[in-house]
Design a protein around this ligand. Structure first.
Ligand SMILES: [Ca+2]
Ligand SMILES: [Ca+2]
Length: 395
């Protein structure tokens, strides 16, 4: 009751104070409505509210647009990935797309199961071609007639071939091939397995290949695995020829003797299918041409016999920094002489060449003879680090 009395008393007691405000408000609003233009504060308030609304709308629209664009971009990437070859897109794809990319690329050529076994006692490498899966269809019938060719880059003339399999994309070969391969050649040899599609009336098509760099493989154990085929692109280096020479170093007289003995299977340089070979023997000291000598020219032969000796004065200190460069050239009367092949020996040489050089140093006073395969001139220049700064003088 006292609360009710208080409320009634407040309504009855305060009207005299409240009436002016309640009667003033409608007056003001009426004034606002009646008066045009509106008072400044109201105008500002309305403008601010309207501005805020517009800003909110713009932000909402922008956010929606951005989300749509991102989604569109992502879906575009996916389409590209599936439709384009992997190799060219690898750099463009997101990391999480790599697997998908690899799968697309692998699906194009197929996979091959092989095994590698190296017999250290007999110095033999056994390459087995096991089976292939999901090979690329090369014939209009949607199949292929696959067979494999196997060879080592150390001797590209010795190639083995499996049986041909008719109309299949999943051939089972189970064939093994044995290559003789000296231990010191293993690290620089690559085993190549190429798959081809046989065609009775047209050129055989390359399906894909595996290149197995033996230097990167631990041959202490038998390797057996599946690998995805890649495109057959590399062209094997042609055979340039072999050369035999002997080396002798006598520290007491500071004499290095190089006897150029003979060469065989030299590349044909002339139109008559022969060459006119001669040999240049050159010493480089700290990458600079130091001393050079050359043999006589042997006309019209691919297997010249020279037996010509050259003595160089090289101190024991110098022999550690010297590169011996042997190059075989074809002499031409009309056009300029051309290099057939080249090789170098010295402390920074590799494989067979390093072996021969260290044999010479380990056996002072004794002539050590050995056969070497000639290598492309550019490769040897590159290894010597002399490519553009220093060129072999033309004879
Ligand atoms: Ca075929
Ligand atoms: Ca010639």
């Amino acid at each position: 009751m006292p609360a009710k009395a208080a409320s009634t008393s407040s309504t009855s007691g305060k009207p005299t104070q409240k009436t002016p405000t309640t009667t003033e408000d409608p007056n003001i609003f009426n004034g606002i409505i009646k008066k045009i233009p509106l008072p400044q504060w109201a105008l500002i308030a309305i403008a601010a509210a309207a501005g805020l609304l517009i800003l909110l709308c713009i932000i909402c629209i922008m956010v929606k647009c951005c989300c749509r664009k991102k989604k569109k971009g992502k879906s575009k990437d996916r389409i590209n990935l599936l439709s384009v070859n992997g190799a060219t897109t690898t750099s463009q794809v997101q990391p999480d797309m790599d697997d998908l990319d690899a799968r697309v690329e692998g699906a194009q050529k197929g996979s091959l199961q092989y095994s590698l076994e190296y017999n250290f006692l007999r110095e033999e490498l056994i390459v087995s071609v096991k089976e292939a899966r999901d090979l690329m269809a090369m014939d209009s019938s949607g199949t292929s007639d696959p067979y494999a060719i196997v060879y080592l880059t150390s001797d590209i003339k010795k190639k083995f071939e499996t049986k041909h399999h008719r109309k299949t994309l999943n051939p089972v070969f189970n064939e093994s091939f044995t290559f003789s391969l000296p231990k010191d050649s293993v690290s620089k040899t690559t085993a190549v397995i190429q798959l081809y599609d046989f065609n009775r009336f047209s050129k055989h098509d390359a399906i894909g290949e595996l290149r197995l760099t033996l230097g990167d493989i631990d041959l202490q154990h038998v390797i057996e695995e599946w690998q995805k085929l890649s495109v057959c692109t590399k062209i094997e280096q042609e055979h340039l020829g072999d050369i035999c020479f002997s080396l002798r170093y006598v520290p007491s007289t500071s004499t290095l003797t190089v006897v150029v003995l003979e060469a065989k299977n030299l590349k044909k340089m002339d139109s008559d299918g022969l060459s006119d070979p001669y040999v240049k023997v050159q010493l480089l000291l700290k990458k600079k041409n130091w001393k050079k000598k050359k043999t006589t020219v042997k006309k019209n032969t691919l297997s010249p016999y020279f037996n010509e000796a050259f003595n160089f004065e090289v101190s024991f200190e110098q022999i550690k920094n010297v590169d011996l460069v042997i190059s075989v050239w074809d002499h031409d009367k009309v056009t300029k002489n051309e290099a057939i092949g080249k090789l170098f020996l010295g402390c920074k040489a590799t494989g067979n060449q390093l072996h021969h050089w260290s044999d010479m140093l380990a056996n002072p006073r004794r002539p050590m003879a050995q056969w070497h395969s000639l290598q492309p001139v550019e490769d040897v220049n590159h290894a010597l680090g002399v490519k553009s700064r220093f060129k072999l003088p033309k004879p």
